[in-house]
Design a protein around this ligand. Structure first.
Ligand code: PEP
Length: 251
């Protein structure tokens, strides 16, 4: 089965509405002709509406970077899947390692968030990945197994392929260190094999992204890996030319 690659920029806490507008005016002509690649921007909540308006009718999808699992309630500062769907957002990044580390995001909460996103017809991008110490201690597979199986625990088998999983080794995020093609392939294939334990058919549909210092210079070799179906890109997504070059590498 051929899977359409997804190149998603994760802006983190960068870009005001004005900066987001400038960026999109640079990106749209740059990716206009990129056939057979999905392009996503994971933006701060404040820039979502402006981006949805400016990307309407284009190939660029807009994602939030977090959401709460409940439909509504006394959760000050949080935003629900329904609220994002009302804005016509396409999906949400869930469980980024920065959220797990700085905001105490747990696999149990993520299991709820993934199904809440699917229930609102949003595409979840579930992030998983091991730390340097876990890799060096031979615990990469154990970590990925826990995060993938617990994060997907509440997703019905027939919907597993609607989830996107981003394999992001923590030691490669924002560090300039990139996993070697062998390391990235091994981990992306392992993630897919975990989903195949529940449904081989859905595992073939599932897109597994690589994230961790992906940039124009290393994108082509990572995106050519058999089990890597795109990238989640932080630093290199802040400039339209550099994100555009990665989109080119995926096409
Ligand atoms: C990320 O934020 O998900 C990421 C991979 O960041 P960077 O590309 O900067 O390593």
């Amino acid at each position: 089965m051929s899977r359409t690659p997804l190149i998603a920029g994760n802006w983190k806490m960068h870009k005001t509405v004005e900066e987001a507008e400038d960026f999109i005016q640079g990106l749209l002509p740059r990716v206009y002709a990129a056939d057979g690649v999905d392009v996503g921007l994971c933006a701060p909540f404040t820039a979502l509406t402006a981006l949805i308006d400016s990307t309407r009718g284009s190939r660029v999808e807009v994602y939030a970077q977090n959401m709460h699992q409940a439909e509504s309630g006394a959760f000050t500062g949080e935003i629900s899947a329904g609220m994002l769907a009302e804005l016509e957002v396409h999906g949400a990044v869930l469980g980024h390692s920065e959220r797990r580390e700085h905001f105490g995001e747990t696999d149990a909460a993520l299991a709820e968030k993934v199904v809440a996103a699917l229930g609102a017809e949003l595409r979840p991008i579930l992030c998983v990945g091991e730390s340097q110490a876990e890799r060096e201690g031979g615990r990469m597979e154990e970590k990925l197994r826990t995060q993938v199986t617990e994060g997907l625990a509440k997703v019905p088998d027939e919907q597993l392929g609607d989830v996107v999983i981003a394999y992001e080794p923590i030691w490669a995020i924002g560090t300039g260190l990139t996993a070697s093609p062998e390391q990235a392939q091994e981990a992306c294939a392992y993630v897919r094999s975990l989903v195949a334990e529940r449904s081989a058919e859905q595992a073939e549909r599932l897109r597994v992204l690589y994230g961790g210092s992906m940039k124009p210079e290393n994108a082509a070799e990572l995106l050519a890996l058999p089990d890597c179906d795109g990238g989640l890109i932080g630093g290199a997504s802040l400039d339209p030319e550099s994100l555009g070059a990665i989109v080119d590498a995926a096409g």
